[in-house]
Design a binder for this molecule. Structure first.
Ligand SMILES: [Zn+2]
Length: 83
């Protein structure tokens, strides 16, 4: 069951993304956000694209607020500049 995600991944990305994916699901599940991602209703803070499991760029926790952005370089840079 836990390996079903691997089928969707490119072979050269499996090792990295499989680890991220597990961590992300645990983290996002604990935040109650995994359903929103499955439904495509969670949006990137910066570009407002739907966040999916394969385009999550970063999760940023600050003072109880969760910021999530996609994996586009511009959005990641925006997140960094937020400190
Ligand atoms: Zn974005």
């Amino acid at each position: 069951m836990s390996d079903t995600n691997l089928d969707k991944k490119n072979v050269d990305q499996v090792n990295i993304e499989a680890i991220h994916d597990k961590d992300l699901r645990i983290v996002l599940g604990s935040l109650g956000l995994s359903e929103s991602i499955d439904n495509g209703t969670l949006l990137c803070k910066f570009c407002s694209r739907p966040i999916k499991w394969d385009n999550i760029g970063a999760i940023f926790l600050k003072k109880g607020n969760v910021t999530i952005c996609c994996n586009m370089v511009e959005c990641l840079n925006n997140l960094k500049s937020m400190g």
